[in-house]
Design a protein around this ligand. Structure first.
Ligand SMILES: [Zn+2]
Length: 449
């Protein structure tokens, strides 16, 4: 794992037919999309192994010795460590995921696993989430190694299975079973940030500095089972329905965390406006596209997502269950649970299906500044701002082993592309120009590591 990547015959062979970075990133993105790595959740997934072998091959060609690790048959992740030039410098991690969410071909303009290039874009499931980002990382690292340019600290790469579920077969597995591989890493970059959002002449680039935490819960109501024709004063189905209804109807109060405050300050500054913190819903609507950067992170949320009870119309079941997707802002976990318990009432119990803390990165530190500088160097109109993600990524698993992730997969996009709408959406696609831009930004950023 500490082989010198510059001493291999493979790297010399590569320089003979050096592709341009723009060609290479597009080719890798398309080829990655052609591996169907659909993750349906709950352990049902197309194995990531073929895609992992492809990624490992690309790294191997540059002389890096990647390691493929499997958490279960076929559920493969790739780990690689490129030695830096200064053993005293901190290692830096870039992580991303190989799996994608399902796609229904009937809804798509092109077959979703075709990786077709059309109208200046690579099309397919994963183009933005996040095989395009993996391609940028791979093309950038390959180019730097071909040119003999290394980071000061070790550069650690992780291409992971199972992000689109809980990460149990990917990030959580490697964080637990291969923790030593991440020795010396304190910071990382990964998905969901660094892309441009058009704001009428200004380009806002949100860089993720945190996520809401996750509390997925199973609710259970118990009552007396019996005949459907008899009085049923403690009907489990009715108790559960009341509790679910109270949760769905609850209006969560605005809770401004430091991360979201930093975004609001950054937006106000970049747009030359003031943002009234007392009427943030109206302000989000006024600000349009950039307003969506905070609508999901000024409150906690709890959405009922599954219901299960009964087996026959004339039988009152003794038990009914529901599942709730709860998300909470950093520092508000206790308040969130107290509210949920009050809404559930005394007859419905809860248990966690998944619990993950809310990770936080520093928007005022040197790494954020270096990420922002790399964007500004490639786009003079760039206005980078910190933001908090409403959902979650593998950053949570790395947070648990002391690694702070920034969401940074840089893309310069035209105003016509609804980038945020394409995550898990139909006709996911990424412009070739944007991929080439991203590799240049990443390359500049890696110069600072
Ligand atoms: Zn993703």
């Amino acid at each position: 794992m500490h082989d010198d990547p510059l001493k291999t015959t493979a790297s010399t062979r590569l320089t003979a037919t050096t592709p341009t970075p723009a060609d290479e990133v597009a080719r890798i993105c398309a080829e990655l999309i052609r591996f169907d790595t659909t993750n349906r959740g709950e352990g049902v997934a197309h194995p990531e192994r073929p895609a992992a072998e492809y990624v490992a091959g690309l790294l191997d060609e540059t002389g890096v010795r990647p390691m493929i690790v499997e958490s279960a048959p076929g559920r493969a992740s790739v780990l690689a460590r490129v030695p830096g030039t200064d053993p005293s410098a901190p290692a830096f991690l870039i992580h991303g995921h190989l799996d994608v969410v399902p796609a229904d071909p009937a809804e798509w303009t092109v077959p979703p696993f075709s990786g077709e290039v059309r109208d200046g874009c690579v099309w397919g499931r994963g183009a933005v989430d996040m095989k395009g980002s993996l391609a940028m990382t791979l093309a950038t690292v390959r180019r730097r190694l071909r040119e003999g340019r290394r980071t000061r600290g070790d550069l650690v790469l992780a291409f992971l299975a199972d992000e689109e579920c809980t990460g149990d077969y990917g990030s959580r597995y490697v964080a637990r079973e291969h923790r030593a591989f991440f020795e010396g890493c304190t910071e990382a970059i990964s998905e969901s940030g660094g892309f441009s959002v058009d704001a009428g002449g200004t380009r806002i680039y949100p860089i993720a500095t945190g996520e809401r935490g996750t509390m997925w819960m199973r609710l259970t109501a118990r009552g007396t089972a019996g005949h459907g024709s008899k009085p049923a004063p403690d009907n489990a189905v009715a108790e559960l329905a009341h509790a679910v209804s109270r949760i769905a109807a609850h209006t969560w109060p605005v809770r401004l965390t430091s991360g979201v405050r930093a975004l609001l300050d950054g937006l106000a500054d970049a747009l030359g406006t003031t943002i009234d913190h007392d009427r943030l819903d109206a302000e989000a609507a006024r600000l349009g596209g950039v307003g969506r950067l905070f609508t999901g992170t000024i409150r906690n949320s709890a959405n009922p997502t599954r219901l299960d009870a009964g087996y026959k119309v004339n039988v009152v079941p003794g038990m009914a269950t529901a599942e709730v997707d709860g998300r909470y802002l950093p520092g508000t976990g206790a308040e969130f649970l107290a509210t949920v318990d009050r809404l559930l009432g005394p007859k419905v119990t809860r248990e966690f299906i998944n619990y993950e803390e809310a990770p936080v990165a520093d928007p005022a530190g040197p790494t954020f500044a270096a990420l922002a500088d790399s964007l500004r160097a490639e786009d003079p109109l760039a206005r980078p701002v910190p933001y908090v993600m409403a959902g979650g990524t593998d950053a949570k698993a790395f947070h648990d082993i002391g690694i702070t992730s920034f969401g940074f997969a840089p893309l310069l996009l035209g105003p016509e592309l609804d980038y945020l709408g394409m995550f898990h959406g139909v006709d996911e696609r990424v412009p070739l120009d944007a991929l080439a831009f991203g590799t240049r930004v990443l390359d500049r950023f890696l110069d600072t590591r």
